[in-house]
Design a protein around this ligand. Structure first.
Ligand SMILES: [Zn+2]
Ligand SMILES: [Zn+2]
Length: 468
């Protein structure tokens, strides 16, 4: 039996955001102050409408009003919104430091968005008395452009100035630790997070999971995850990816099943984690590779080499290269880093081949002699330089960034402690063989995180079983 429809006026329909916003600008009932419209404003177009309305109410030159408009433009800056902000800024007869800094922050974020962190830095250097939000902008900028050391030096500067970091600062600092594999610094930040209650932010806890996983400590990643009272898609995905990159494919799938049971929606990162888990456990059969490729190609994110490698199919290198080139992935020099006493040391492949050799290079020369005595044979077939002689090839192989970093670790960390090295590319076969022998003769655990996975070396063996 159908009931008679009630008159439209008596039922409360859920108003759309749009209607709600513009019902306030109805000509019959105009607000007294255009400022009251700002909190609902979501686009530059609407902002311009509000400004037009301001002219009617003679507020267009009001300092507070203009400041608010500029704030809006600089919050999520684009070239157009910054241009507009600049115009508004020019209308202000005596801009104060606060307003100057607001403009500067907008410019920093805009440059960062365009991956031009050096220009962002030039703006930052001109700021008088930058506040924590300005620091966040430059720290995030460096972190986004994969320049973690510079980001962290600003993080330290912020603390020296006793400015209180925010959750955004914590997120950027943690992502820098992940990039560098700086476990000790990451742990220190974790303590800080706990002390100041930043762990109430799901994003911060998720960044902690990611940091621990990428710095080689799966246990601590699990611990953070299990202590979270609320877990969103990103948190679950971070845990799935953590299991996957540590070679625990079945745990990754188990976690995914748990996630579905809890009713949390997966996203592309979740699937990448699963894909990764499958490809490293032989769970991804040949027939599904094309599907995997299609899946990655359609992702709304820019795939990194790690994502492409996840899809397997190494033999199809040309195809892969082309796709990577199309997607804007460029070749980078080999770089390995190791953290000792809270300082991250970076080594680049080829460092010292033609330049002055340091005491580290001499130590590495000695180390290689010792390895040769226990059967190490440099695999010069891995060096692709037609014009190089055998000895030259051996030297270029010897000064690979991961060998330099491991040697540095051996010399500068206490006997028996684990050496954790992070490499930006895939570990080469020769360094892999050398690391196995070093773990055996020096009785050291070596954890090497390359772009693809973790290698845990101990007793002359690697967790990857020489398959990577
Ligand atoms: Zn190597
Ligand atoms: Zn390995």
């Amino acid at each position: 039996m159908a009931t008679a429809p009630s008159p439209v006026t008596s039922i409360s329909l859920p108003k759309s955001k749009f209607n709600e916003k513009f019902s306030r600008t109805e000509p019959l009932n105009p607000p007294q102050n255009p400022l009251s419209l700002l909190p609902q404003c979501t686009s530059l177009k609407e902002l311009k409408q509000i400004q037009a309305f301001a002219i009617k109410t003679h507020l267009q030159n009001d300092h507070t009003f203009l400041t608010k408009l500029i704030n809006f433009c600089t919050k999520n800056p684009t070239f157009t919104s910054m241009e507009y902000a600049h115009k508004l800024f020019d209308n202000i007869s005596q801009p104060d430091v606060v307003l100057f800094n607001t403009m500067a922050r907008g410019l920093i974020s805009m440059y960062t968005e365009c991956n031009d962190v050096d220009s962002a830095r030039r703006v930052f250097d001109k700021m008088l008395d930058p506040c924590v939000i300005s620091y966040n902008a430059i720290i995030t900028g460096y972190a986004k452009c994969s320049r973690p050391n510079e980001a962290l030096s600003f993080f330290r500067e912020l603390q020296v100035k006793s400015l209180k970091p925010t959750d955004v600062t914590m997120l950027s600092a943690l992502s820098c630790c992940s990039l560098l594999g700086a476990l000790d610094l990451g742990k220190w930040i974790h303590e800080y997070v706990k002390k100041y209650g930043f762990d109430k932010y799901i994003k911060v806890s998720t960044a902690l999971i990611d940091m621990y996983a990428k710095c080689g400590s799966l246990e601590e990643a699990i611990c953070v995850f299990e202590n979270m009272s609320i877990r969103d898609t990103a948190a679950w995905s971070a845990m799935i990816v953590a299991y996957a990159t540590h070679g625990k494919g079945y745990k990754a799938i188990e976690t995914f099943e748990e996630m579905r049971k809890e009713g949390v929606q997966p996203d592309e990162i979740t699937f990448l984690g699963l894909l990764y888990a499958c490809s490293h456990n032989g769970l991804l059969d040949e027939g599904r590779l094309d599907e995997a490729y299609k899946f990655i190609d359609e992702l709304p994110i820019k795939p990194t080499p790690i994502l492409w490698r996840t899809a397997g199919r190494w033999e199809d290198v040309d195809f892969l290269r082309k796709l990577m080139k199309d997607k804007g992935v460029v070749k980078v020099p080999g770089c390995s880093s190791i953290e000792v006493d809270n300082i991250v040391h970076e080594f680049f492949s080829g460092d010292g081949v033609n330049t002055v050799s340091t005491s580290l290079h001499k130590a590495l020369d000695e180390l290689m002699k010792e390895l040769k005595m226990v059967g190490y044979v440099p695999d010069t077939s891995l060096v692709f330089h037609a014009e190089m002689g055998e000895e030259e090839k051996e030297i270029s192989l010897r000064y690979h960034s991961e060998k330099l970093a491991i040697a540095y670790g051996l010399l500068n960390t206490p006997p028996g402690s684990t050496i954790l090295v992070v490499k930006n590319l895939r570990v080469c076969g020769d360094c892999h063989a050398a690391a196995k022998l070093i773990s055996h003769i020096f009785d050291r655990q070596i954890i090497l995180r390359d772009v693809q996975r973790f290698h845990h070396f101990s007793d002359g063996k690697c967790s990857c079983g020489d398959f990577w």
